[in-house]
Design a protein around this ligand. Structure first.
Ligand code: AP5
Ligand code: ZN
Length: 213
């Protein structure tokens, strides 16, 4: 399967992706996770992306299109993939179409994680992540077994630099102005399914599974 998960910050894309990935043996390509890894290891790509990410703006189309094009060549992505957080502009969606056409494939389904803005601040400010795996927790909705510690590795959890109320406002503004048109782009291609993303995590998982079956 070749899938796209679209939704605002905190809508649950990163929470649902690992579940679907395991079920269908897909690779999970999160541009946000890949960019954060590049920032942490101070690669040229990371240095270019950092400023925009810290203030909650999008990085350039060129940067993320390059990352995705390269990642799609990996052997583990040949069976299929979940794109989490990409494409986020219509220009990125058009580039993606070109990339897939070149490979003789296309997108099977786009899931739109629909949710009201008002619930996102609580989700974002309570999130803690395990940086090397991308696993995320929430102090109230998905607490780790031991506070501040990853369940699987026992390593410490951190908060993302952009996970505060102020930067969230910019991320939401970017979503509404630049990413919402991408939802229409896929609706017109009849590959879009809406997911009620404000439900509890397990119910969202069932909706996602129903949409993909
Ligand atoms: P990115 O990392 O993609 O951030 P985002 O889109 O803001 O999305 P989030 O990761 O915040 O949300 P999520 O939907 O994954 O939420 P999660 O499941 O973790 O991008 C970061 C930055 O990188 C961008 O701002 C931009 O600068 C740059 N970037 C990335 N891609 C780009 C692109 N294509 N073009 C340009 N720039 C790009 O859930 C959040 C919290 O809620 C967690 O704590 C979780 O436990 C909890 N939770 C999840 N589901 C539920 C539920 N159903 N009920 C209750 N709590 C829940
Ligand atoms: Zn995410």
């Amino acid at each position: 399967k070749r899938l796209i998960f679209i939704g605002p910050p905190g809508s649950g894309k990163g929470t649902q992706s690992p579940i679907v990935k395991d079920e269908y043996c897909l690779c999970h390509l999160s541009t946000g996770d890949m960019l954060r890894a590049a920032v942490a290891s101070k690669t040229p790509l990371g240095l270019k992306a950092k400023e925009a990410m810290d203030k909650g703006a999008l990085v350039t189309d060129e940067l993320v299109v390059g990352i995705i094009d390269e990642a799609m060549n990996k052997p583990k992505c040949q069976k299929g993939f979940i794109l989490d957080g990409f494409p986020r502009t219509v220009a990125q969606a058009e580039k993606l179409d070109e990339m897939l056409k070149k490979r003789g494939t296309g997108i099977d389904k786009v899931l739109n994680f629909a949710i009201d803005d008002s619930v996102l601040e609580e989700r974002i400010t309570g999130r803690w992540i395990h940086p090397s795996s991308g696993r995320s927790y929430h102090t109230k909705f998905a607490p780790p077994k031991t506070p501040g510690v990853d369940d699987i590795t026992g390593e410490p959890l951190i908060q993302r630099k952009d996970d505060n109320a102020e930067v969230l406002r910019s991320r939401l503004a970017a979503f509404h102005s630049q990413t919402e048109p991408v939802i229409d782009y896929y609706a017109k291609k009849s590959v879009l399914t809406n997911i009620k993303a404000e439900k509890p995590p397990k119910e969202v998982t069932s909706e996602v599974q129903k949409a993909l079956s």
